[in-house]
Structure formats: structure tokens, C-alpha cells
Write a protein that binds this ligand. Structure first.
Ligand SMILES: [Mn+2]
Length: 322
């Protein structure tokens, strides 16, 4: 469990707090950042949200427009803040533990740092922290921050609660993945703060062309007993697109495990693997030098062909799928 009192103590002993997250910020990262902004404000300290991304997704942009309009919260760039940083500045990082994923690596020069995250630790781990809480069993960074908010009795405005609820929704694929009683308790708390489901739907609206690309990918599914596999060789995809398609495959009858194989670059093939838990996809991805968790894992293979990767995967799967 997260030590909210320790976080409170570190915020209280600082002059101002900078809060940031990973590059290409998503709704969970933003939701957790916003929750922390209110924690810091509630403790009477100056809070700054640092986002250096030049371009944001439509969902994130809608959320940023809302908080600017309704709360006057303006996100800032590292360059605008760097002259204000001193030895009493505290940096809180959420939703990543990788030093090369942070919005601006210069921020890591700040001596006092807290890290909150739900991703597995791998390489390039952020070090020299005054406090860290990294637990990959947590559904989302927003859920972690909600535990802090609950323990420290912090008030959250309704539209912030809506963004935070959308953050949990996105990271759990609609309260299906990594969701437990505490995840629902956090969602319940957000409803009590006035989170609005209709507003959340506006926030989560998707792009039709992206939806179509995903559906086209899904229509190429092949079934091998309780495994669903897509091996697509025509287009180049983003790894996120493979993951999202893989989540959908798990919803089909009898399917325990899914693999989406496609080109991430002209000569790099990616696999996104998903499982309901009975088949360990981390072990299967490890055979391709990948990593992850028992229920979600991935890999990237250089100088490979989709067809060959699929044949190799089917060999590894022998015996595992029934
Ligand atoms: Mn997240």
C-alpha cells in the first residue's frame, strides 16, 4: 500500500512541487498528475504541471482545454520553469519509471524526487528517489493517486474526477484488465466527487480512421484452438494499435490468449501478446527477447518477417494451447 503520509511529509517540507509524467502523455498519466496537483494545492503548496509534449492526442487536448477553462490550470514547459527550480523544489513523476520516457530528462536533475507508477521496472530506471511506489499489480497510476487522495482527505472538482475516471477506464480497457475491488472503490469515490459519464464519453471519443484500421486488423484473426492470432504484413502499425486489437481478441468465445504480429517499421516486427491468465505470455515473449507480465507482454524483432515470426510463435505455442 502506498505511504500517503510520507508523500504528505515530503510535499510539506518543500517550497514548490513540479508534477510530470511520460512523453506522449495519456489520460491515465494526466489523471494521476491532476490528482496530485490537488493534493499539493490542498497542502498549501505551489504546484506546477510540466508537459513538454509538442502534440497531444485529441482526448488529452480536450482534457487540457477543460482544466484551463474551468480551473485556470495551465500546463507549463520545463524551460519556462527551470529558473525557479532550487534545492527545496520537489519533483513528482507518475506513470513511468524510465528515465528516457519522462517529459524532459533535465527534470531528473532535481534532487528531491518521488516516483509513483504501475509499470514493470526494466532498464533505464529512475534513481535517487526520496520515495517510490511502483507496483505493476495496480490498474493505473490514477488508482494509486486516488488512494493518496482518499487517505489525505483531498477534495477533487467534478470535472477533474471525470478525467481521472477516464484514465482508469483507458488503462483497464473499460474495467476489465487488472481491475479489483479497490479499482472499483476508486471509481466509486470519483463518482462521489461528481464524475460525469456523459462528459467521460465526450473525452474518450475516438477517431473513425483509427477505429477502421483496428477493425481491419481484427478481421484478419486466425484461430488456433484457444489462441487468436493476427499476422498482418501489409501496413506498418504503432505498437499501441497491436495492443488494442489484442485486447479485443480476448473477448471472443473460447479464446484464452491473443497475439498480434505486424510491422512496426519496414524491417521491425512487433508482437503484442494478451492472456486471461491461464497461459503465461511473458514466458512466450521471453523466447523472442521480449518482456512484460503474465497477462500482457510484447516484443520487437529486428530484421524479421511477419510470416516467419508467426511460424516461430506457433512452434512455441505447441502444447500451451488446447
Ligand atoms: Mn498508466
Amino acid at each position: 500500500m502506498i505511504d500517503a503520509k510520507k508523500i504528505e511529509e515530503l510535499i510539506r517540507s518543500s517550497d514548490k512541487v513540479l508534477i510530470t509524467s511520460h512523453k506522449n502523455i495519456d489520460l491515465d498519466a494526466l489523471g494521476s498528475v491532476l490528482g496530485l496537483y490537488f493534493v499539493v494545492n490542498n497542502l498549501g503548496k505551489e504546484a506546477h504541471i510540466v508537459i513538454d509534449d509538442e502534440k497531444c492526442t485529441k482526448e488529452v487536448q480536450r482534457a487540457l482545454d477543460t482544466i484551463y477553462k474551468l480551473d485556470g490550470i495551465k500546463v507549463e514547459k520545463y524551460n519556462e520553469l527551470k529558473s525557479e527550480i532550487n534545492k527545496n523544489t520537489l519533483l513528482i513523476i507518475t506513470d513511468t519509471n524510465k528515465s528516457n520516457r519522462i517529459q524532459n530528462e533535465q527534470l531528473l536533475k532535481i534532487a528531491n524526487k518521488i516516483l509513483l507508477d504501475h509499470h514493470m521496472k526494466n532498464d533505464d530506471v529512475i534513481e535517487d528517489l526520496m520515495y517510490e511506489y511502483v507496483d505493476e499489480k495496480e490498474s493505473s497510476s490514477t488508482e494509486i493517486v486516488m488512494d493518496v487522495i482518499n487517505e489525505l482527505n483531498v477534495y477533487i472538482p467534478s470535472h477533474i474526477a471525470t478525467i481521472m475516471l477516464a484514465g482508469i477506464y483507458v488503462d483497464t480497457n473499460g474495467f476489465l484488465l487488472k481491475t479489483n475491488g479497490n479499482t472499483h472503490s476508486c471509481a466509486s469515490m470519483l463518482h462521489n466527487f461528481g464524475a460525469d459519464i456523459i462528459e467521460e464519453q465526450y473525452l474518450l471519443k475516438q477517431n473513425y480512421d483509427e477505429y477502421k484500421r483496428r477493425q481491419e486488423l481484427i478481421l484478419k484473426t486466425e484461430f488456433y484452438n484457444n489462441a487468436a492470432i493476427i499476422a498482418e504484413d501489409d501496413k506498418v502499425y504503432e505498437s499501441q494499435e497491436l495492443a488494442k486489437a489484442g485486447d479485443v481478441l480476448l473477448t471472443f468465445n473460447n479464446i484464452e490468449v491473443s497475439f498480434v504480429i505486424a510491422k512496426l517499421e519496414e524491417s521491425t516486427v512487433g508482437i503484442s501478446a494478451r492472456s486471461l491468465g491461464n497461459i503465461n505470455v511473458e514466458k512466450i515473449m521471453a523466447k523472442f527477447d521480449g518482456g512484460g507480465h503474465k497477462t500482457f507482454a510484447a516484443t520487437q524483432i529486428k530484421d524479421a518477417k511477419v510470416k516467419e515470426v508467426k511460424e516461430q510463435l506457433l512452434k512455441y505455442l505447441k502444447g500451451a494451447i488446447k
